[in-house]
Write a protein that binds this ligand. Structure first.
Ligand SMILES: Cc1ncc(COP(=O)(O)O)c(C=O)c1O
Length: 358
């Protein structure tokens, strides 16, 4: 079997969910499990969080998967229904739905449903991606309140810059949200991970933690460890080749890495077809025998090379941590000019996930 595995620590995810809840006592929380629970496996993650108040997903297909595992919890469709026929399925699955545009709202009012839905009207408070402007939101609040298709009528919005502490847009977004306090909503939701961790004024009734559940940080200047989060995924490969290269010899495609000293090169069983970023530059850290060693040359489809010259005890078969407990995914992401979210969600289907829950 190919020696590459993503080990998922379900106990860490439970711990991180509890951290979110502790940040905002008395509030409820949708665990955000879209994109296959940020790459961690939606069935396993949902199954390991029976205490979660609810789950949030991006589409009906993801919601159906959550429902199969948890018959009771609230399941929120973050972008709402993409076509009118989806409302019927959403009602059958007893979902909560976001309504973020006039077409969605009209389709809801025209729908014949087996039961009423909890509806979350989305305010565009400044991100300008989805949602109603304040005056439109007031209009739709009036039209949807009391409609037979609507059970709870709730308010939701999303931050653009909560991960950049002190960004002026965040305060404007909170103000835009609070400007609608005169409207009668059953529940309100505004906070993603960054706001849960640092903006108590944004906590409202329902939190929406995503990245923090998986033990990564939304911030550039605060590590997951500093936030009390435990990493949930460890991506581990093996040294499957070892060789000495002389000064002036190159390694890998494009012959981009050239030995400046007599060097020992290890070949590692992980490549870009597994989700490791192809654009990771030489020097990006990996961990062998508890020590950081630098990536050497271009990442191949199924393999990459590491410079082991400063780790002479390394042997064929040694485990190589691409990210995890010893090397935070956020650190690799920074080295590659991306974010932990992207690395976690891009671990491909061919990488087996192994689960532990202790
Ligand atoms: C609407 C919405 N709410 C909450 C989240 C969770 O955000 P985070 O992973 O930063 O906690 C997301 C994720 O992108 C989202 O789109």
């Amino acid at each position: 079997m190919r020696p590459l595995v993503a080990t998922i620590d379900l106990a860490a995810i439970r711990h991180n969910y509890a951290v979110a809840k502790r940040c905002a006592p008395g509030r409820e929380a949708f665990a955000v499990v879209k994109a296959n629970a940020y790459g961690h496996g939606v069935r396993e993650v949902v199954g390991s969080l029976p205490e979660a108040d609810g789950f949030a997903v991006a589409c009906l297909e993801e919601a159906a998967e959550v429902r199969r595992v948890n018959a009771e919890a609230r399941v929120l469709l973050l972008e709402g229904c993409f076509e009118p026929a989806e409302y019927h399925s959403a009602a059958q699955l007893a979902l909560d739905v976001v309504v973020q545009g006039a077409e969605q709202a009209e389709a809801l009012l025209a729908a014949q449903l087996p039961g009423p839905l909890n509806v979350w009207l989305k305010l565009d408070s400044g991100m300008h991606r989805l949602g109603f402007a304040a005056d439109q939101l007031r209009h739709w609040h009036a039209r949807l309140a009391g409609a037979t298709q609507v059970a709870e009528l709730n308010l939701l919005s999303h931050f653009a810059c909560a991960d950049e502490r002190g960004h002026p847009l965040t305060e404007q977004q909170v103000e835009a949200f609070l400007d609608l306090l005169d409207l009668d909503f059953d529940q309100r939701s505004l906070a993603n991970s960054a706001a849960i961790l640092t903006i108590p004024a944004a906590h409202m009734d329902w939190l929406r933690p995503g990245i923090m559940l998986y033990g990564a940080t939304p911030f550039v200047d605060l590590t997951a460890k500093e936030l009390g989060l435990r990493p949930a995924m460890c991506l581990t490969a093996q040294l499957i080749g070892l060789r000495d290269v002389a000064v002036g010899e190159s390694v890998g495609y494009g012959a981009c890495w050239v030995a400046q000293r007599p060097s020992r090169i290890g070949t590692v069983s992980c490549g870009y077809a597994d989700g490791y970023p192809r654009h990771a530059p030489s020097g990006t850290p990996l961990v062998v025998r508890g020590q950081r060693v630098p990536l050497a040359g271009r990442v191949s489809m199924d393999m990459l090379a590491v410079d082991l010259t400063d780790l002479p005890e390394a042997q064929l078969g040694d485990a190589v941590e691409l990210w995890g407990a010893q090397l935070p995914v956020d650190e690799l992401a920074q080295a590659c000019g991306t974010i932990g979210y992207e690395l976690l969600t891009k671990v491909t289907a061919r990488v087996p996930r192994r689960y532990r829950s202790f």
